[in-house]
Design a protein around this ligand. Structure first.
Ligand code: ADP
Length: 757
């Protein structure tokens, strides 16, 4: 069997189609629909190539000769239909044209019916003044229907080319595919099956390449490199040929020269003269074409130096995007600060705040939830993400609509994550390149390096921003605190003013009432009437109680305004406390309480204001009576306190008033010493002055503390807690310093000496 060149080509071509088909199906991940259509396209191409070969060899002679003749034309037509669908799929046109498939099938059926002679056609047609041969008309029809599909494919390519720069590279490759397919089909129609099929094969392989490769090198770049290589190769061939020819001529003329020596001389000549010249020429050609490889080392060094001291996010964004742009001619870019935060329900999310580095772009902030595919990519993949990957990879189909809109509005071509200690802290987002070329692997590696170098500076700006924010928060909190403090001071002053005014204003009418009621009580005519006597004694007792309250208010006002004047004199605490107890004995007896006063006799005298201290112990003992249930025990004891450097340089006396009462919650141990503070609910207080839990104005302990502190002493309470059932009791401690006795004695001695002299 004699194999023609076309048959050999057809066999090899169909194997190549088959291999490409497998390759496309294996790498269909980033554009599955286009890959599927391309696989069908490749299969059909291979099949038609084999059919053409079969027809050439006469294996298909059983078919009608008219149909046999048209097999290449049918093939070209079917492939044109598939090509339109493929164009739609690869350029991601909105909807896939199933309708075109139907139209294509109908046209093919029509052509076959026409060719098979099912409808008898005249041998020649007369159109106007022209007579046209039926075979020419048929060919014209074949070409016309084929052209319709190819024109649509071309229009689609052009429309998408106009609409977007995103697929610039894919579209430019696709134009090449289109060109070779159209040329190939034209040649097949013209009867040149070999060259036509070679061109079709080239176009189809290019299409397979576009679909199978996730990232395409820029065509311009490829062409520049190809051209540079071509120049180099041509020059080398010319130079080496000249050299060889020259050597041959010399050897022929000089038979005395040994070929080894001549070879050696020629090799030396090539190595030392020609090769450097060739290298130089290639560099010049590259420079002229702009295809030289720029070494980024210097730029990266400069970049890392210039950003070390940057603490401002805006400046950092400008420098980072500017550096990327210098190398890759980026048109616009942003830098996002990424912060991981948690919602109230514990769900995490990433907050992205952007700053414009370059170009017309609005850096919209965004929030990406922890389960977003984008977050999964940036947190764990440590590499840039390109627009193509975002479009093609199935895992990004799950992106939430809000995140998708954000990405679309950004219109960025590549997103380069920035990490600090493996944490995702930033995102460098770059727009399309000025040349329209896609980012190559090399470019992405360079961007990753820029991102790595940006990490430290970004971390610094983040920390500084955090500090500034913290500082502002502190300042705001401080201002609020200051205001609250001033407000409290004002309130406290108002309270003090109120106490002071009220007590002064109440005192005079009260004195009048109590004086008058006293006089009425003493009046025998009224005294004889038991009803009046009862009423009058109630009025009198009421005024006495009121007097006490007003006196307490006056004391408080004096303490508040620091107007408390102490008249110090040596005092025996034992005598003082016993005197106070005598006043309250009746109350404790009424309540069946036992009171024990112990260990006070031995204590030294203390220099203090008698009246003031009397009030202190009055309030403490009356409280003990009030807050201890009937039958309870009150103990008043005292002991000496060793000197200490902080507050008792000469030591002191501690008096403890303890009871077996209801106790005080530790939370209120300090608060009860504030004026008007009462732990219990007011409404629950019983009214009697010494009754169990009897109500009071809430001034007793505040006055006691004021007086004790005016004596440079301390007062505090100890109690396990509040419990009306188990009655854990409370201990009120009063420590008074001993120093003042000596001071007073010295003062008295000095005064005595003054008088004497
Ligand atoms: P009041 O006039 O209400 O007694 P105080 O300033 O004397 O005011 O006391 C303030 C609050 O401290 C009281 O309302 C009471 O709740 C609590 N308190 C004072 N002394 C005792 C005590 N010995 N046992 C239990 N609670 C006490």
């Amino acid at each position: 069997m004699k194999l023609s060149l076309f048959i050999v080509f057809a066999l090899i071509g169909s194997i190549v189609y088959l291999l490409s088909l497998v390759l496309v199906l294996r790498r269909r991940e980033h554009n599955p629909q286009a890959a599927r259509v391309l696989a069908i396209y490749l299969g059909l191409s291979g099949l038609f190539l084999l059919l053409q070969a079969g027809a050439e060899q006469g294996w298909l002679d059983f078919l009608a000769s008219e149909i046999l003749k048209q097999i290449p034309a049918y093939g070209v037509f079917v492939l044109a239909v598939m090509f339109l669908l493929l164009t739609q799929a690869i350029l991601r046109a909105q909807k896939f044209g199933w309708a075109w498939l139907g139209v294509g099938a109908a046209c093919l059926a029509g052509l076959i019916v026409m060719d098979a002679g099912v409808i008898a056609l005249p041998a020649t047609f007369r159109i106007g003044g022209w007579s046209v041969d039926a075979s020419i008309l048929k060919l014209g029809l074949h070409i016309a229907v084929w052209a319709v599909f190819m024109v649509f494919a071309t229009l689609l390519t052009v429309r998408i080319l106009r609409r977007t720069s995103r697929f610039y590279t894919a579209v430019s490759y696709w134009s090449l595919v289109l060109l070779s397919t159209v040329l190939g089909a034209g040649l097949i129609f013209a009867g040149n099956l070999l060259i036509g099929n070679i061109l079709c094969l080239t176009g189809t392989l290019l299409a397979a390449y576009v679909i199978a490769m996730p990232r395409l090198p820029s065509i311009g770049h490829l062409m520049r490199r190809g051209f540079s290589f071509l120049v180099y190769a041509l020059l080398a061939i010319v130079l080496y040929t000249i050299c060889l020819v020259a050597a041959q001529i010399i050897l022929r003329n000089r038979s005395d020269l040994s070929p080894a020596v001549a070879g050696l001389a020629m090799a030396a000549f090539l190595v030392f003269i020609f090769n450097p010249i060739l290298g130089r020429v290639q560099t010049n050609v590259n420079e002229w074409l702009g295809a030289t490889y720029k070494d980024p080392t210097q730029m990266l060094r400069q970049y890392s130096q210039s950003i070390t001291n940057i603490l401002d996010l805006q400046l950092l964004a400008t420098v980072a995007v500017g550096t990327a742009s210098e190398f890759l001619e980026v048109q616009r870019g942003l830098l996002f600060l990424v912060e991981h935060e948690k919602e109230g329900d514990g769900k995490g999310f990433f907050q992205l705040r952007g700053v414009r580095g370059m170009g017309e772009i609005n850096p919209e902030p965004s929030v990406l939830s922890d389960d977003s595919p984008l977050v999964a990519f940036f947190r764990y993949e440590y590499r840039p993400l390109t627009r193509a990957e975002l479009e093609y990879q199935p895992r990004f189909r799950e992106i939430a609509p809000a995140e998708r809109t954000w990405l679309d509005n950004l219109g960025m071509e590549v997103l380069v994550p920035v990490y600090a200690k493996n944490d995702w802290i930033g995102l460098l987002a770059l727009g399309p390149r000025a040349s329209g070329a896609e980012y190559s692997e090399q470019d992405l590696a360079l961007l990753s390096t820029i991102a790595d170098q940006t990490a430290v500076a970004l971390e610094n700006t983040r920390l500084v921003e955090g500090l500034v924010r913290l500082n502002n928060d502190f300042r705001r909190a401080y201002t609020a605190l200051d205001q609250a403090n001033r407000h409290l001071e004002r309130l406290d002053r108002t309270k003090s003013d109120f106490i002071s005014i009220a007590s002064h204003e109440l005192r005079t009418p009260l004195t009048l009432i109590s004086g008058s009621s006293q006089m009425l009580l003493d009046d025998p005519s009224l005294n004889d009437n038991s009803y009046y006597r009862q009423l009058l004694s109630k009025i009198y007792n009421g005024t006495v109680r009121l007097h006490e309250i007003v006196d307490s208010m006056l004391d408080m006002a004096k303490i508040d305004t620091r107007a408390l004047e102490l008249e110090t004199q040596p005092i025996s605490l034992d005598e003082l406390i016993r005197a106070v107890f005598v006043e309250l004995k009746q109350a404790s007896t009424d309540r069946k309480q036992t009171v024990e006063i112990k260990d006070l006799e031995e204590l030294p005298n203390i220099a203090a204001d008698m009246e003031a201290l009397r009030k202190v112990f009055h309030h403490l003992i009356i409280n003990a009576v009030k807050y201890t249930p009937d039958g309870g025990k009150i103990t008043i004891s005292g002991h000496l306190v060793e000197p200490n450097l902080t507050d008792l340089p000469r030591g002191g006396i501690e008096v403890v008033v303890s009871d077996t009462g209801i106790g005080i919650d530790p939370r209120y141990h300090e608060l009860i010493f504030a004026k008007f503070y009462q732990t219990g609910e007011l409404a629950l207080h019983s009214t009697g002055k010494t009754k169990f839990k009897g109500g009071g104005p809430g001034l007793g302990l505040a006055i006691a503390r004021g007086i004790v502190e005016a004596h440079h002493g301390r007062i505090w309470v100890e109690s396990p807690g509040y419990d009306e059932v188990n009655c854990p009791g409370s201990q009120f401690h009063v420590v008074l310093p001993l120093r003042q006795t000596e001071g007073i004695q010295a003062e008295r001695a000095a005064a005595f000496q003054n008088q004497a002299s």
